[in-house]
Design a protein around this ligand. Structure first.
Ligand code: GLN
Length: 546
């Protein structure tokens, strides 16, 4: 039977609960305990798919096509598992399921209430993941902050689980923030005490408190939290801010969290092996020569909107022993002859996914710059549409080539709905989502990168390459290096006369892992690192006599 760890958050949001969950997963997995994770999001949207990236950050897509919170990306990267739909639960899903059951008459004339109907539905989701994953431990992150109205049913369900599965099979971890007062130069514990009180009011006594802080946490503070919150002294775990999120599992391990959890839950662990993480962090902390990459996108003010892209770039950079100098270019600033001097300073350009017309012309300009100046370019989903629009304009000699997403009346719809997709109007749940197979063409850059000819990658899009333009663009030098197995959909394309200009219809960033960079990101950085920036000096070989 699986055991459950519930992770709640107190004091403020964005305190690092997701990374804590992911890191608990890492330290348990390093002891050969199998783990999986689940995120409970209290909002009423069914999934974050229709939410603006400004509201929510990146939408992470699982292999089986669920549109989820970006925390699931961190769980996958830290625990190195491929999660499924069952790992993402929202209030919207729960309520719509309960109401659908009511309409079907499943409740036999009863009055439908939050307790027990909604809480039972929530508990069923915990058990479903346990049953499907067969993991030793299910780590469940309760989104939001304790005290939020929306989160109450989730906390109540978490509380009820204790009686169902028994004390030894459940653990409550509370992550809080210790604010620092500059005037008195001290960390304050009162907000933590209040949030623990709030948890107790619901009937949950935390077993472990993880304290986030930007400043060192003294023994005195730990003792105080232990006393006031009624947690063992060793169960007050300090987590001060570290330079890289990949160091968090090491910090928690050092503070004894792994042993504490396995003891409390009576698990039977192997000795922990975190050597891979130690090496990774050591490498991150070693000074390395930078590679300067421009990320040209629409939502760059909120870097969380491209969370997995940034992580995938990091993994690739570390593989090459280099450092990432990432410049965030708002694509709108490149429009209408805006200043593009920043592009002249970079060694590679990446255009990530996105929706809607804003900033598209700026992205197209970046793609023109990359093609004409032979700067490595990686296009992801929308970034492929941009590359095809740009190449279409060049090949067809028409500045009107476009995607029908941005100009429904374009005379050259190089990107379009496929004939069988026409007429779709609803926004939620109409995308091509999740894993689809793709066959790579021998000898192409894509095939070389992957080292295999049949791949599967995660998708999240509506529009496709328009096959009516395949021949004309091919004549001008576009290579279709990845196609769906039936040959109908262009999945990867490349510019032939160029050191490395490649784009894909899927999202490779979701599959990249620390220590296992995604092949396309790896080769993109491999090409970019050899590009000399404007004004850069090639290193002069020093003669041995000096
Ligand atoms: N907006 C494009 C489409 O819907 C690309 C989507 C994306 O980049 N994820 O097809």
């Amino acid at each position: 039977m699986s055991k459950y760890i519930f992770v709640t958050g107190g004091v403020v949001s964005s305190v690092g609960k997701g990374i804590t969950v992911a890191s608990i997963g890492t330290i348990l997995k390093s002891r050969q305990i199998s783990v999986t994770a689940q995120k409970l999001d209290p909002y009423l949207n069914v999934d974050p798919g229709t939410m603006s990236p400004y509201q929510h950050g990146e939408v992470f897509v699982t292999q089986d096509g669920a549109e989820t919170d970006l925390d699931l990306g961190n769980y996958e990267r830290f625990i190195d598992v491929n999660l499924t739909t069952e790992s993402s639960v929202t209030s919207g899903q729960i309520y719509s399921q309960v109401i659908a059951k009511e309409r079907r008459g499943d409740f036999l004339g009863g009055t439908i209430q939050v307790v027990p109907h909604v809480t039972t539905e929530i508990k069923d989701r915990f058990k479903l993941l346990a049953e499907k994953s067969k993991a030793d431990v299910i780590i469940i992150e309760v989104g939001g902050t304790v005290g939020d109205i929306e989160g109450q049913p989730f906390l109540e369900a978490a509380r009820q689980m204790r009686n169902e599965v028994g004390r030894d099979n459940i653990l409550y971890v509370h992550v809080t923030l210790l604010p620092y007062l500059n005037s008195t130069k001290e960390l304050k514990t009162k907000p933590t005490q209040h949030s623990v009180n709030e948890l107790r009011r619901i009937g949950i006594q935390p077993d472990i408190i993880v304290c986030r802080s930007d400043y060192p946490i003294s023994e005195e503070i730990r003792n105080k939290i232990s006393l006031f919150c009624d947690v063992e002294r060793k169960a007050v775990i300090p987590l001060t801010t570290v330079p890289t999120i990949y160091e968090v599992p090491l910090v928690l391990e050092e503070e004894g969290l792994g042993e504490l959890i396995t003891d409390k839950m009576k698990l039977k662990p192997q000795p922990p092996d975190l050597s891979q993480w130690q090496e990774l962090v050591k490498l991150i902390k070693t000074p390395r020569q930078p590679v300067k990459i421009a990320l040209v996108g629409k939502y760059v003010e909120l870097q969380d909107a491209y969370f997995s892209v940034r992580e995938a770039l990091q993994h690739a950079i570390l593989h090459h022993g280099r450092d990432l100098e990432l410049v965030w270019v708002p694509s709108e600033t490149l429009e209408n002859n805006g200043d593009d001097s920043i592009l002249r300073t970079v060694q590679g350009i990446i255009v990530p996914g996105g929706f809607g017309i804003r900033g598209i012309e700026g992205m197209v300009r970046a793609a023109t710059y990359a093609r004409e100046n032979k700067i490595p370019y990686l296009g992801l989903c929308l970034g492929m549409h941009v590359m095809v629009i740009e190449f279409g304009r060049y090949a067809l000699g028409s500045k009107d080539a476009n995607s029908t997403e941005f100009n429904a009346d374009t005379p050259h719809p190089v990107i379009d709905f496929l004939p069988d997709q026409k007429g779709q109007k609803i926004k939620g749940g109409t995308m091509r989502l999740g894993n689809y197979p793709c066959k790579l063409v021998d000898g192409s850059r894509a095939a070389k990168a992957y080292g295999q000819s049949l791949i599967e990658e995660r998708h999240r899009h509506r529009y496709e390459f328009n096959n009516e333009y395949r021949e004309r663009l091919e004549k001008a030098g576009m290579v279709y290096s990845g196609l769906s197995p039936d040959g109908r959909l262009v999945e990867v394309c490349e510019v032939a006369d160029h050191p490395w200009m490649l784009a894909c219809q899927f999202h490779p960033e979701f599959g990249s892992r620390p220590g296992h960079p995604h092949p396309l990101f790896r080769d993109f950085i491999g090409a970019a690192k050899d590009i000399l920036r404007e004004g850069a000096q090639p290193p002069l070989p020093l003669s041995s006599q000096y």
